[in-house]
Structure formats: structure tokens, C-alpha cells
Design a protein around this ligand. Structure first.
Ligand SMILES: [Zn+2]
Ligand SMILES: [Zn+2]
Length: 314
């Protein structure tokens, strides 16, 4: 499925299988989960895509060379030389390349990926189960690591990432509070099913130690700050967000902080897959054949997907 220009439908095209070079391997894709970032790329909200482009960065497939199953994440390549790369912060590398954005991704039968940036996936997860772990799980986990020992954790937007992290949080004895679009009772029920102790509208007041914002809506930042205790943080986990409205300094006062989470490091991935090899993560999934990728994106945009949309490639 090829994006020729932002704000256009993906086109189903026959393209030549890519040829691996250097450290790359050829991967036969079996499943690719749909991420909100895919929508931001298609909608032109991220400014620098390769074009034409095959989007998708939560890829599970088989290395055509070794026959081994591999997972391909958003971080596709880093320079290894800059100040960020050499200080354990390759997620911030200025020259980093990203799967399904600046390099072709997984809405396809075949893709290539640099083997140094791919992950082995615990065997207990099927291909379809594993796909959402590669971004929703992994970048969500990077955000989750920033909550420290907080006990009362607010998730704003309860979709693909929150469903995974709610289970991790619960396994560690934390309490998850799920904030959704006003009146979205289906997502609220889903959040409770996935372990949230409370679920309600985004403007609701609930005392929290920390909040993670998954939804791309800037107005959630002051809403979350209102709920966070002194010394707590509001962590913005998405790659794109609408403008944050002005808010009173009083909301930030008391050593509260607002920060973003960018991309992932390979270390995040190794730690995440080790963790979820011990805690069995379950995900709610809606499957679409690859050719119906536009419908999957449409349903994610409208809020019709509960959990994660997955493209399957037989
Ligand atoms: Zn670098
Ligand atoms: Zn993603």
C-alpha cells in the first residue's frame, strides 16, 4: 500500500520486492499494526516523509535469510556517532531514520530492515499479538518508565498503548485511571476490562501522581496538570499533538513538570521484551486484510477501533 502524497488514499500497487543492502535483511511481513503516527504521516502532520512511501512501523515477519521471526520498530537506523548516540540517547539522533516514515515500512508483503534495530519476540505471542507491541507497547513503555514509583497513574486516551501499559501497571500494583473522550462509554468499559480502577471523561477530576497523554489533543495537558499532585509529571507520549492552550502558572507550580517522549532506544526494546516475556500481555485487536489499510486508518481516525487495528498479510 503506497502513499504518493500526504492527504491521499494509500494505493494498492504491485511493487518490486526490496533488495537488502549492508546490514539489512529481507522480511516477509505477516502482520503490521496500525499506529496513530501512521495517520499523522498520511494526514501530512509530520513534515518530512519519504515519498512515495510505504507506511507502517509495527512489523512482524520472517527473515527470508535465516527463517527466524523478527519484529521491526519505528527506530530504523541511527548514526552511532553523534553526542546523542554515544550517550545512550539514540532516540534523539538528528540523523535517525524511521520505519514507515523516512524508510519504507510494513504495509506490504515484503520489507527490508537493518537487523541491528530489529527485535526477537517472545514465543508466547502470535504474530498478530506481537505487532502492537512494537510501537504501542515499546514507545508506550519508554513513557511508562518515566513515571518512577507513582502509584496513581492517569492515562489520557485509552487505545493501543494504554491497553498494554494498563496490564503492566496492574502487575506492579499501580492503579490506572483512564480518561477518554467525553461519553465514550465503550472505551471506558474497555479500560476497566483491561485493569483500570476507574474510567471516565477527560475533564473529570481524579487525584493522580502522574499522567501519560496518548491522545494527540493539546487541551489534555492542562486538564491532566489539574489532576497531578505536587512533584508529579504529565508525560506526552505521542509524536504529534495539537497546540497546548495557555494555562495558569499555578497549574505547573509545586514542581510539576510537562515533558515529551521521543521514539525509542534499542535498550528500551530489549528491556520491554524481557518484561513482557514474564507478564502475559493481552490485546484487543481488529484485523484487516492489507488491501483494506485505508479502512483501518479511517476507523482509527474516527475512534471506531477499540484496542488496535492490525493488517494481516497471508
Ligand atoms: Zn546519532
Ligand atoms: Zn507508532
Amino acid at each position: 500500500m503506497v502513499l504518493r502524497e500526504p492527504r491521499q488514499r494509500l494505493e494498492l500497487l504491485d511493487v518490486r520486492a526490496p533488495v537488502p543492502r549492508g546490514n539489512e535483511m529481507l522480511i516477509k511481513v505477516s502482520a503490521c499494526a496500525v499506529c496513530r503516527t501512521d495517520l499523522h504521516v498520511v494526514d501530512g502532520e509530520l513534515s518530512d516523509p519519504k515519498l512515495p512511501l510505504i507506511i507502517g512501523h509495527q512489523i512482524v515477519g520472517v527473515d527470508a535469510g535465516s527463517g527466524k521471526r523478527v519484529g521491526v520498530p519505528w527506530l530504523g537506523w541511527t548514526c552511532g556517532e553523534c553526542a546523542y548516540c554515544t550517550s545512550g540517547r539514540e532516540n534523539l539522533c538528528d540523523r535517525a531514520r524511521f520505519t514507515g516514515y523516512t524508510i519504507d515500512g510494513g504495509y506490504a508483503e515484503y520489507t527490508v530492515a537493518d537487523r541491528r534495530f530489529c527485535f526477537a519476540i517472545p514465543e508466547m505471542y502470535s504474530d498478530e499479538e506481537a505487532a502492537p507491541l512494537l510501537c504501542a507497547g515499546l514507545i508506550g513503555f519508554r513513557a511508562y518508565r518515566m513515571i518512577g514509583d507513582a502509584r496513581r497513574v492517569g492515562f489520557y486516551g485509552f487505545g493501543s498503548a494504554a491497553q498494554i501499559l494498563a496490564q503492566l501497571a496492574k502487575s506492579e500494583g499501580r492503579e490506572v485511571f483512564a480518561f477518554t473522550r467525553p461519553g465514550d462509554v465503550e472505551s471506558q468499559k474497555f479500560a476497566r476490562d483491561m485493569g483500570a480502577v476507574w474510567a471516565g471523561d477527560a475533564a473529570a477530576q481524579q487525584p493522580l501522581d502522574v499522567a501519560i497523554i496518548f491522545a494527540p489533543a493539546g487541551e489534555l495537558v492542562p486538564a491532566a496538570l489539574k489532576n497531578v499532585a505536587k512533584g508529579g509529571s504529565v508525560i506526552c507520549a505521542g509524536i504529534h499533538m495539537t497546540d497546548i492552550p495557555a494555562f495558569a502558572y499555578e497549574l505547573l507550580w509545586g514542581e510539576r513538570s510537562v515533558r515529551s517522549v521521543a521514539n525509542l532506544t534499542r535498550r528500551d526494546g530489549e528491556d520491554f521484551f524481557e518484561r513482557i516475556g514474564k507478564v502475559r500481555i493481552r490485546t484487543k485487536r481488529t484485523l484487516f486484510p492489507l488491501a483494506n489499510a485505508n479502512e483501518a486508518l479511517r476507523d482509527l481516525r474516527s475512534g471506531a477501533i477499540t484496542g488496535t487495528a492490525i493488517l494481516t498479510i497471508p
